[in-house]
Design a protein around this ligand. Structure first.
Ligand code: SAH
Ligand code: SF4
Ligand code: F3S
Length: 471
């Protein structure tokens, strides 16, 4: 049994991160034959991508995926810790699974992994109040799933294996991708920024960049398999390469990935602090690097940004924002904003609204501050009242939504290249994303799925566009 430990999770060792290849023992290859699994994913794209790996590993063991947990022999929850509501959802699901185990399927095997498994408090609760959860493993050892699961099947007692010291980088984990046209590609794991509100540096560990050769090889294979789009993933992609003992940066990586010929490259998330002029040049220069930047600001108050540990001010953020807008033609920019950080006064919030009025974001994810276990901000005394947070969120949303619609209205009549992703819930309509990452619906034949086609915007809505195919 190995339990999470926040002291170890905070430590950033100078040890070199080692690269290992995934291996699966032959004698495990049939432990899932004849059995069904249900996997539920919470959280960000990184978790979604981890789930693509988890699914492929389970299928190598013989398990078959089902979409209803009532029919499953194994249920795995890949969890998220970012805000309280992510926690509540996972614990709510555990409640439903307990009921299934008690009523219809006493042999059900339940596992929990992902970011919540890295939390001391959560694992304590699982050990004492959820003893029926069969196994728990963290974000650093997802490649160990076959082994931990096998132990859980054999031992008949709760198995917990959570590393708090970051693991090695494991290459060659199989992957069952959610799409045949677009793919997530990890480029950097972990985060060293320690923004004071954020639990990610504890749950994902030290910043570790994947070897560029492994990344380029993965994208080359995707190109061969007919993929049209990759999204390069990391909590802070701009820090890519900073942990190498040679000079190779995010700019170099974007250029090398661009040379693979993959038609569309997105990347996320960019921390404003590490965003270089060179990056801006590469985005504007490489045709297959898409003109879309997710640039989380979190707050428009320099005082709050300082308390958040974000390492930029309102002014320096705006300078960067305007530079990107000015130098990348047609660029669209989105953001994340938190309201109600401890000590946020009305004046600070008005600074945020003022920044939003300037930036007129194409999209924004807005959140109420949620205190997270063991983070610096959670220990601050002057927490903001829930009612004040709610009220600020509503005011913020009405401003950001106004600009989504205004920006979209300006696009009516313009033609965009769109990767057709599938059939939308509305009958006969296809949907996809523009090169500027705008969701667009249009009529067309399903044979176009997976193609990049030109679509003209005919109507603007707040969160999407309606278009028609340009022949
Ligand atoms: N690495 C990314 C963000 C990852 S988390 C970055 O630095 O920009 C995604 C978003 O969740 C953050 O941008 C932030 O807006 C929000 N978030 C993180 N911790 C939070 C907390 N404790 N309460 C509310 N929102 C939070
Ligand atoms: Fe969290 Fe900050 Fe790291 Fe983003 S950069 S993951 S907000 S600590
Ligand atoms: Fe959540 Fe972990 Fe992602 S906390 S947002 S799943 S890195």
């Amino acid at each position: 049994m190995e339990l999470p430990d926040y002291v170890k999770a905070r430590a950033r060792s100078k040890d070199k991160v080692l690269r290992e290849d995934y291996v699966l023992d032959d004698n495990l290859k049939s432990i899932g034959v004849g059995k069904k699994y249900f996997l539920k994913t919470y959280g960000c794209q990184m978790n979604e991508h981890d789930s693509e790996n988890l699914k492929a590993m389970l299928e190598e063991l013989g398990f078959v995926e089902v979409d209803d947990y009532n029919n499953a022999d194994l249920v795995l929850l890949n969890t998220c810790s970012i805000r309280e509501n992510a926690h509540n959802k996972a614990f709510g699901m555990l409640g439903r699974l307990k009921h299934v185990k008690e009523s219809t399927n006493p042999d059900l095997i339940v596992g929990l992994c992902g970011c919540m498994a890295q939390e001391e408090g959560v694992v304590n609760e699982l050990m004492h109040k959820y003893k029926w959860v069969n196994f728990v493993f963290g974000t650093h050892n997802i490649h160990r799933l076959p082994y931990i699961l096998n132990d859980a099947l054999q031992a008949n007692k709760q198995q917990i294996e959570v590393l708090s010291r970051e693991g090695n980088i494991i290459e060659g984990i199989p992957v069952k991708r959610a799409s045949n046209h677009k793919a997530y590609v990890n480029i950097i794991y972990g985060c060293d920024k320690f923004c004071t509100y954020c639990i990610v540096p504890y749950t994902r560990g030290k910043q570790r960049s994947r070897d560029p050769k492994d990344i380029v090889k993965e994208v080359e294979e995707l190109v061969k398999d007919g993929y049209k789009e990759v999204t390069l993933l990391g909590q802070n992609v701009n820090a890519y390469g900073k942990d190498f003992d040679y000079t190779y940066t995010m700019e170099n990586l974007l250029e090398d990935v661009s040379k693979t010929g993959i038609p569309r490259i997105f990347f996320m998330t960019s921390h404003p602090w590490d965003f270089t002029d060179g990056m801006i040049d590469v985005i504007s220069k490489c045709d297959n690097v898409m003109p879309y930047v997710h640039l989380p600001v979190q707050s428009g108050s320099s005082r709050i940004l300082k308390l958040m540990g974000r390492r930029y001010t309102k002014e320096s953020y705006l300078e960067l924002f305007d530079k990107i807008r000015g130098r990348v033609p047609r660029v669209s920019i989105s953001t994340d904003i938190i309201v109600g950080f401890p000590g946020e006064e009305e004046e600070d919030f008005l600074d945020t609204l003022d920044l939003v009025e300037h930036c007129k974001y194409d999209n924004a994810f807005t959140f109420i501050y949620s205190p997270r276990e063991n983070t610096a901000a959670a220990k601050l005394a002057n927490q903001v009242d829930e009612s004040v947070k709610e009220e600020r969120l509503q005011r913020l949303n009405s401003v950001v939504n106004k600009y989504f619609l205004e920006n979209n209205q300006k696009l009516v009549g313009e033609v965009f290249p769109v990767l057709v992703e599938g059939v939308s819930s509305k009958k006969n309509e296809l949907f996809g994303y523009t090169d500027t990452f705008k969701l667009i619906n249009f009529e067309g034949d399903s044979s176009l799925i997976g193609e990049i086609i030109n679509v003209k915007v005919v109507e603007a809505k707040t969160w999407s566009l309606d278009g028609e195919i340009v022949k």
